[in-house]
Design a protein. Structure first.
Length: 266
């Protein structure tokens, strides 16, 4: 369990623009504990890859996607034992899913609770914020529409007792909306989008000083992180261990101040 301590730290009133990771695309989440099923059950006797969700975004020629944020959950009290995520990119034309451009399995990721609600008699249902780095960055070949697919690698069926994983909906709608295939090779149009953020290669969401996600890197982010480390609410779902040393404490505040002042990521 991460140790959390807090000490008072002064923030300089003179901040210069920070060296922020380039954000290529963003669709923020609603507060939820689950969403459209996207799951590949690879366990012996399991259901296999029974559901997939894809959502569209506008890609710019030559941009390289290196890391991803997204939101999801299990729609039950207990957290599932997710092994990793299969990340796929497709090209797109006329609102349809086109040729597969890239697929890779990622088994190193963060999973941080960003929302919870109590529903008797089920219990506490939690939504999670995920971050991961792609082992092989994906370069967009030409400007236009593309599709991203994020699928949880999580046992289900056979002797497994794991839940379904669902991709949380986005708070905005980007036509034509996401699609899902469920025990079928064919995608079905949905009347919503799902939540995800694409970051440029060689950069990552763990070093984004805009921790309150208001579009600015400034003293408000210092105040936000101070509150979270002190035990306050964390609606954006950021990891308070900003310097990634295993503890959420005053050293993270010091690292954030340094980045806000134009210093390098920790």
């Amino acid at each position: 369990m991460r140790r959390t301590t807090l000490a008072v730290l002064a923030l300089s009133a003179c901040l210069v623009p920070a060296a922020v990771a380039q954000e290529l695309w963003r669709q923020n989440p609603v507060n939820s504990f689950g969403g459209l099923s996207a799951q590949d059950a690879r366990n012996p006797g399991g259901l296999g890859w029974f559901s997939e969700v894809v959502d569209n975004f506008e890609g710019q020629a030559g941009s390289s996607i290196g890391s991803i944020e997204f939101w999801g959950g299990y729609a039950q009290d207990a957290r599932g034992n997710t092994h990793g995520f299969m990340i796929r990119f497709y090209d797109g034309a006329d609102g349809q899913v086109g040729t597969l451009l890239s697929t890779q399995d990622v088994f190193t990721f963060t999973e941080v609770e960003y929302y919870n609600t109590t529903i008797p008699p089920i219990g506490i249902l939690r939504g999670y914020h995920y971050t991961l780095d792609l082992a092989s960055p994906v370069t967009i070949p030409s400007t236009g529409q593309y599709w991203i697919s994020i699928t949880a690698i999580l046992d289900r069926g056979g002797t497994a007792t794991e839940p379904q994983w669902g991709w949380v909906a986005s708070s905005t709608f980007n036509s034509p909306g996401c699609m899902q295939r469920f025990f079928s090779p064919n995608f079905t149009q949905q009347s919503q989008d799902v939540a995800f953020v694409l970051h440029a290669a060689d950069s990552g969401p763990s070093c984004d000083p805009d921790v309150n996600q208001d579009g600015n890197a400034d003293q408000d982010d210092f105040a936000y992180l101070t509150n979270v480390i002190g035990g306050g609410e964390n609606p954006t779902g950021i990891d308070p261990d900003f310097n990634q040393d295993g503890n959420a404490d005053q050293d993270d505040l010091a690292s954030l101040v340094d980045v806000l002042a134009g210093g390098p990521c920790p």
